[in-house]
Design a protein around this ligand. Structure first.
Ligand SMILES: Cc1cc2nc3c(=O)[nH]c(=O)nc-3n(C[C@H](O)[C@H](O)[C@H](O)COP(=O)(O)OP(=O)(O)OC[C@H]3O[C@@H](n4cnc5c(N)ncnc54)[C@H](O)[C@@H]3O)c2cc1C
Length: 372
């Protein structure tokens, strides 16, 4: 019997596995692919805040960015490369947001060196920019390091059954607690209010003779060069899904898009593409992640004492699946959010600490029930 079974070994599942193994728990980590075989293996994985003027996602990402930079540097210093980042506005509206961001930001703002600015295209030189200390994580090795003390099994989970006080997984494994960290793949629990959209992304590693000392974010992200190697990512394709699309993904089209967008920031000479990475990001419909326990919709809807039409729903009145939670919907910021969200989820499971309504999956049940 495991203390906890985590389904999905991307950065979210691996971060939760790390928290629980560190707390001395017996952890089962299941994935139908290898560790970091989903969206996480494709990620850049740039650790940066959201450079917008306001909003709750910006606030969450600011806190997560500060937490995760310290966390990766403390626990896995060999797997994070600290590199200054220059974020360049794409257009006028973006430039105005950046100006407000700079006025309000509590992060230390850097002045990009002149030689770097001179290496930009004319279009990029003329745009507003902001520079901070940031980092880039080795995506696959980070997931592997976090999962090291968990019991990993390659297995596609089809069925979850709660019986006699524990979860039975495909009649093979038993655990007291289950966490779903399944990304944008098909749903395991059939709850109609949980809706996630998969956004397909493509990034490439290239060799180039152009030196680059900073991470650059504009139309795409360009990493600092490491012995002549640069990572460029990523595309955003809401139409392609590896589990449901009939057509084959057009790799050449993705490469062309990445190189064209990168060339609008920096002229890269003698490019040779070394490797392609592709995967699905999983986004929620209000862009905030989903972390916490799961409402049992059928049972809750039958509760005649609950007013589902209210503007201020009381999440505590809902019925929840016992010992079942999820961590998902990190969009393009999975590596920024995961350590921070895993801490929140672990504190909830082990200590009963409340999770904010703004990231609780129950918010989507409240909207669903109101519409019925
Ligand atoms: C090209 C690209 C570039 C990106 N760049 C960045 C970046 O620079 N910075 C950043 O922070 N984020 C970036 N992201 C986003 C980041 O990768 C995601 O937010 C993150 O990977 C989400 O992690 P996850 O663990 O939720 O999902 P995933 O990594 O997709 O993991 C889910 C896992 O669940 C498994 N699974 C699903 N269903 C089952 C089942 N029934 N049984 C067993 N296993 C199952 C899947 O096999 C998969 O391995 C990028 C994403 C892409 C695609």
């Amino acid at each position: 019997m495991y203390d906890i079974a985590i389904i999905g070994a991307g950065i979210n599942g691996c971060s939760v596995a790390y928290e629980f193994t560190q707390a001395g728990k017996k952890v089962l980590l299941l994935d139908m692919q290898k560790i970091a075989g989903g969206g996480s293996g494709a990620a850049g994985a740039f650790i940066s805040p959201k450079f917008s003027k306001a909003g709750e996602l910006k606030e969450l990402l600011h806190d997560a960015f500060e937490y995760s930079m310290e966390y990766y540097n403390k626990h896995f210093p060999h797997l994070i490369k600290n590199a200054p980042l220059v974020h360049i506005a794409q257009n006028e509206a973006d430039a105005q947001s950046l100006q407000i961001y700079k006025q309000k930001s509590s992060l230390e703002l850097l002045t990009p060196p002149q030689h770097l600015l001179k290496s930009f295209t004319k279009e990029a030189q003329e745009k507003e920019n902001v520079s901070i200390n940031a980092g880039v994580v080795n995506a696959e090795l980070m997931c592997l390091a976090m999962a090291k003390s968990a019991d990993f099994k390659r297995h596609e989970v089809k069925n979850l059954l709660y019986e006699d006080g524990y979860w039975l997984i495909d009649e093979l494994y038993a655990a007291k607690e289950v966490v779903l960290a399944t990304g944008a793949y098909e749903k395991l629990i059939n709850e109609p209010y949980i809706k996630l959209r998969g956004v397909w992304g493509h990034r490439i590693d290239v060799r180039t003779t152009t030196p680059n000392s900073h991470s650059l974010h504009q139309f795409v992200s360009i990493s600092a060069s490491d012995n002549g190697k640069i990572a460029i990512g990523a595309t955003h394709d809401v139409n392609y899904h590896p589990q449901t699309s009939k057509e084959i993904y057009d790799i050449q089209k993705g490469r062309n898009e990445l190189l064209e967008k990168a060339s609008r920031t920096l002229k890269l000479d003698n490019i040779k593409i070394e490797k392609d990475y592709m995967g699905l990001r999983s986004g929620s419909f209000d862009y905030m992640p989903l972390v916490g326990k799961l409402v049992m919709s059928q049972e809750t809807l039958q509760n005649s004492t609950i007013n589902f039409k209210t503007k201020k729903p009381n999440f505590q009145a809902y019925d929840y699946h016992p010992h079942l939670s999820m961590i998902n919907g990190s969009g393009g910021y999975g590596f920024v959010l995961a350590p921070y969200l895993a801490k929140i989820l672990t504190e909830y499971i082990l200590q009963g600490k409340a999770i904010s309504d703004r990231i609780s999956p129950a918010r989507f049940f409240a909207r669903y029930a109101k519409k019925l």
